[in-house]
Ligand binder design. Structure first.
Ligand SMILES: [Zn+2]
Length: 99
């Protein structure tokens, strides 16, 4: 092997940040980390769950609840708007309240 032209060879391995599994591989990179691996991915484990490392599910649930609140407010306004207004009698309309 010619000296001084090859990158440093590391055998640190890859670490899964979700389950903590360490995979022993040889690489020229240092501190390799992956978010999901075959040890914890639902496809391989067979269990139905959502792996949420970036908080995307929380963000989605927050947006969903905000949207539902907005929809409820709009619906409430609609029902208030569509309430039948109490009609004034024709006499009161023509001659005012003193009639
Ligand atoms: Zn994993």
């Amino acid at each position: 092997m010619k000296q001084g032209i090859h990158p440093k060879y590391n055998t640190d391995g890859v670490v899964c940040t979700t389950c903590g599994t360490r995979w022993q591989i040889g690489t020229t990179r240092q501190n390799l980390r992956v978010e999901i691996c075959s040890n914890c991915h639902p496809f391989y484990t067979g269990e139905q769950r959502i792996v949420d490392t970036a908080g995307q599910v929380d963000r989605f649930m927050k947006r969903l609840s905000a949207s539902q609140d907005r929809q409820a407010a709009i619906e409430k306004q609609r029902t208030v708007k569509n309430q039948p207004q109490p009609k004034k009698s024709l006499l009161k309309e023509l001659y005012g309240d003193d009639a």
